[in-house]
Design a protein around this ligand. Structure first.
Ligand SMILES: [Zn+2]
Length: 249
């Protein structure tokens, strides 16, 4: 369970302005759906990279905030997540490499939201169609005595051979540029710290259509660490698929 106890009062490193934030004592990352770019659907914890904008205009990392005290409650303002439209400003004004990476990851996921909307609408429509066909078949094959006894039709269950399609993924020039720069930055870090950002890099390369580099990343995962996400990514890379995909764990 996600639990909070009181509020944490923290000061920004830029000008010392005080803000309140929930004091988490435990966190639950349970989520109803995952996307290959790391976005979690209906997550109990916010999807975020930990960047904020101080009232003075400066962008800050939450990890750089200075802890002042814990209080039961507070009237101090909360810091909201940086709205997606400001993420490109945050990238430009990033005061260090770490902030730029966090802002680029946030922008990557934010810019994918348009596609997520299209994907959901497409999947819902296709699922609705499968359901219609299923119901029709059930009605046709329903035994006369079941009809007579008014036994309700079984509930719809998705069959594994129902069609599963999604709209084409066509990132904009700004998205491609961001993904390319981000992948270069992460690769530089990975050269120093092997094993870091493996799935993130695999996904960036895949979305960019750079399947060989994506595959090399996935193959570097030790066998005992291979899981649902990396198996799905391997399949997508082998199919030369660039689209963002929603899945369940
Ligand atoms: Zn400030």
């Amino acid at each position: 369970m996600t639990m909070t106890e009181g509020v944490r009062i923290r000061a920004t490193p830029c000008c010392g302005k005080l803000y309140a934030s929930p004091n988490y004592v435990s966190m639950n990352f349970m989520s109803f759906g995952f996307w290959t770019d790391g976005w979690r659907e209906h997550s109990l914890m916010p999807n975020e990279t930990g960047l904020r904008q101080c009232a003075c205009g400066i962008f800050v990392k939450l990890k750089d905030m200075i802890n002042i005290r814990i209080e039961e409650k507070s009237e101090l303002p909360r810091m909201e997540q940086i709205p997606g439209q400001l993420l490109q400003d945050c990238i430009k004004q990033a005061k260090d490499e770490e902030m730029e990476i966090l802002a680029r990851i946030a922008y990557w996921r934010y810019a994918n939201h348009d596609y997520r909307d299209k994907y959901r609408a497409h999947r819902d429509a296709e699922e609705e169609e499968s359901k219609k066909i299923w119901n029709l078949l059930q009605n046709q094959t329903n035994k006369w005595w079941k009809k007579l006894l008014r036994i309700p039709l079984p509930e719809y269950r998705r069959s594994s051979n129902s069609p599963f399609t999604y709209p084409p993924f066509e990132p904009t020039v700004a998205q491609v540029e961001n993904m390319s720069i981000l992948s270069n930055m992460l690769l530089d870090i990975q050269k120093q710290e092997p094993g870091r950002y493996v799935t993130t890099l695999a996904e960036l390369y895949r979305e960019l259509g750079r399947f060989e580099e994506a595959k090399a990343q996935i193959l570097s995962i030790p066998e005992n660490e291979v899981g649902t996400t990396s198996r799905l990514m391997t399949d997508l890379i082998d199919e030369k698929e660039t689209a963002l995909i929603r899945y369940r764990m």
